[in-house]
Design a protein around this ligand. Structure first.
Ligand SMILES: Cc1cc2nc3c(=O)[nH]c(=O)nc-3n(C[C@H](O)[C@H](O)[C@H](O)COP(=O)(O)OP(=O)(O)OC[C@H]3O[C@@H](n4cnc5c(N)ncnc54)[C@H](O)[C@@H]3O)c2cc1C
Ligand SMILES: *[C@@H]1O[C@H](CO)[C@@H](O)[C@H](O)[C@H]1NC(C)=O
Ligand SMILES: *[C@@H]1O[C@H](CO)[C@@H](O)[C@H](O)[C@H]1NC(C)=O
Ligand SMILES: *[C@@H]1O[C@H](CO)[C@@H](O)[C@H](O)[C@H]1NC(C)=O
Ligand SMILES: *[C@@H]1O[C@H](CO)[C@@H](O)[C@H](O)[C@H]1NC(C)=O
Ligand SMILES: *[C@@H]1O[C@H](CO)[C@@H](O)[C@H](O)[C@H]1NC(C)=O
Ligand SMILES: *[C@@H]1O[C@H](CO)[C@@H](O)[C@H](O)[C@H]1NC(C)=O
Length: 515
């Protein structure tokens, strides 16, 4: 077992304080340092610790600061309010997740599941030390004999699942981005290309294996009171080591996209057209998806961000001209068409494995999400001006992106809104600025937060709503619990009751605490 390196066993009896007493020049090795860390954890009994550690499987790995593998396992996509770990454990089998949770509990050591490491909530920064439980080795997909379900291990990446199903002529609702885990988006509900047909990612679940705060591994399904909670507030209730999901035969192989690029003077007319011809109050055809991004591309327009508007259609080799004609009539700078299969769509919108958002570059990438029913064209005009000013060429935020995601909604709305912890099925659009910058000072972080909220507030004011609806998986970390989990009081009390029952000590509270 890699966990029990012989030097580590020897080090268990050793105390850094004692060593330093005899040799003030003494510098601990990373392993010595980590053991000392654990020994100083409040309430930790080293004897208990080692007894449990010895029961881990032979293939389970552990890494300490200073080791290349540790850095690789802890590098994150967004570097503001990031968690800090002192040890990375890579469980080789599902049952080891449970054992590591018991070890951590025994010693009162904070711990956090690490998966695709694209989680960017600043609440994660409340983890100031502890154990990273890296789920990367728990990767795999097994399709059932009847071809109606698949069991997906907790650390499986989205692209791995998409490809495994595709090879068998199957599809499932997954996130659109190839580099995030399957599980990360699902825990917050989860949006994907196929949600118009079947609902959110978590709506597809049939059963799950979850390690709860008491160190038990439970198998849960619709008969458990946890079932409602894991589908939308899942990060709060345990570590899911595998999940069985509904899968579907591939019906349409072809997909097509038309990408239109506009200058900022078209912003109001463009989003009026999106409301009229595409969104249509949540009745956007199920085979149609439209996204847009705002970003600075100085060679194309040095005077301000360009608008890249995507119209994506399933089951065709060219997007229906009925959909594109009103947008071509607005006079885009360019029109580009692409045709291919389902597996090409992520690359068309820049989020395939080699796309920029998949890279871990050291940047801070906070988002400030807001769900909306429809566009308010005049608010979009105001928003464009504010985004343009705040991302000018001398701003630290010049590389920021504004994302407008208009998925089809039929499958999502077909599911009873009260039946899951995901609270915002009535909304049709997911918007968020991604304020990208190179981390520097706390003052810069504060400036980014103020800018992101300024942008979000413009859209909120334009919505005419008093309350904000936000997507937990895009949240910045300053949203209220109601803004992430719903404003109905019964939701808050149900989450509180379940938290008290399953996670009384609030060990699963680093990612968007729900209660
Ligand atoms: C480029 C990009 C594209 C995205 N695309 C989509 C999309 O298409 N659809 C969508 O809905 N969202 C999308 N998101 C948002 C995404 O849902 C969140 O960023 C999500 O947290 C990423 O999961 P991760 O596994 O990569 O991140 P991590 O940081 O590894 O995980 C996030 C948190 O999830 C929890 N967690 C992870 N695995 C488990 C587990 N097995 N059991 C219990 N808890 C666990 C932990 O609390 C962890 O802190 C995208 C984000 C980015 C950056
Ligand atoms: C955990 O690691 C961090 C960062 O390396 C370090 O500052 C902190 O002292 C460590 N915590 C403990 C308890 O050793
Ligand atoms: C996408 O198209 C739908 C359906 O026409 C429309 O309702 C929605 O507003 C569009 N979304 C975006 C982001 O343009
Ligand atoms: C939009 O649809 C919702 C139901 O989903 C309905 O309550 C609302 O009145 C509609 N709005 C308009 C402007 O038609
Ligand atoms: C792109 O596709 C649209 C819709 O099918 C069509 O109207 C348009 O002429 C095409 N443009 C180019 C440049 O091929
Ligand atoms: C496109 O428009 C034509 C003419 O209005 C109509 O006959 C046709 O059904 C439309 N196609 C779609 C897919 O909406
Ligand atoms: C450029 O951006 C910076 C930082 O966001 C901002 O303070 C400044 O006012 C902007 N300048 C202009 C001319 O808009």
């Amino acid at each position: 077992m890699l966990w029990l390196k012989s030097s580590l066993v020897a080090a268990a009896a050793w105390s850094m304080a004692t060593a330093q007493q005899f040799d003030p020049e003494f510098t601990p090795t990373p392993i010595e340092y980590a053991v000392d860390t654990l020994a100083r954890a409040p309430g930790c009994s080293l004897g208990d610790f080692w007894r449990l550690a010895r029961t881990l499987s032979g293939q389970t790995e552990i890494y300490f600061p200073g080791e290349t593998e540790f850095d690789e396992a802890t590098t994150r996509w967004s570097n503001v309010g990031a968690p800090i770990a002192n040890i990375t454990v890579v469980p080789a089998v599902e049952s080891d997740v449970m054992k590591v949770v018991r070890i951590a509990n025994n010693c009162n050591i904070p711990f956090l599941a690490y998966n695709g490491r694209h989680g960017a909530l600043t609440t994660l920064g409340q983890m100031e030390w502890g154990i990273a439980i890296d789920l990367r080795a728990l990767s795999g997909v097994t399709i059932s004999a009847d071809g109606k379900t698949a069991t997906v291990k907790g650390g499986t990446n989205s692209k791995v699942l998409i490809d495994a199903l595709w090879a068998a002529g199957k599809q499932a609702v997954t996130g659109t981005c190839e580099c995030v885990s399957y599980m990360g988006p699902a825990l917050g509900g989860g949006h994907g290309w196929l949600q118009g047909h079947h609902g959110l990612i978590a709506d597809q679940w049939v059963s799950a294996k979850i390690v709860t705060a008491d160190g038990q591994q439970r198998t849960i399904d619709s008969s458990s009171d946890l079932w409602w909670a894991v589908k939308g507030a899942g990060h709060n209730f345990g570590i899911i080591t595998s999940v069985t999901i509904k899968i579907f035969p591939i019906v349409e192989t072809n997909w097509a996209i038309t990408t239109l690029m506009y200058t900022g003077d078209k912003v109001q007319a463009l989003y009026q057209a999106a409301n009229n011809y595409l969104l249509k109050n949540g009745t956007q055809p199920v085979d149609l998806i439209n996204w847009s991004y705002w970003m600075n591309i100085p060679p194309i327009d040095p005077t301000g961000p360009v608008i890249e508007f995507y119209i994506i259609q399933e089951g065709v080799t060219a997007v229906d001209t009925n959909y594109t004609a009103p947008f071509i009539a607005l006079g885009p700078i360019s029109v580009t068409n692409n045709t291919g299969s389902y597996r090409d769509v992520s690359a068309w919108v820049g989020i395939s494995l080699d796309g920029p958002p998949c890279q871990k570059t050291g940047a801070a990438n906070p988002r400030f999400p807001l769900y909306l029913e429809k566009y308010n064209p005049s608010a979009m005009g105001t928003l464009y001006q504010a985004f343009k000013e705040g991302t000018n060429s001398s701003s630290p935020f010049a590389n920021s992106l504004f994302m407008f995601e208009g998925y089809s909604m039929q499958g999502v709305k077909a599911i009873d809104a009260d039946s899951t912890a995901f609270a915002f099925r009535e909304d049709n659009l997911l918007t968020a600025p991604l304020v990208q910058y190179t981390p520097g000072s706390a003052a810069l972080d504060a400036q980014a937060k103020a800018f992101g909220n300024q942008l979000r507030d413009i859209l909120h004011a334009g919505s005419g709503r008093s309350q904000k609806h936000t997507y937990v998986n895009y949240a910045y970390g300053d949203e209220s619990k109601q803004e992430m989990y719903g404003h109905e009081s019964w939701r808050a009390s149900r989450l509180l009751t379940l938290k008290d029952k399953y996670d009384e000590r609030r060990v699963f509270n680093f990612y968007a605490p729900a209660a």
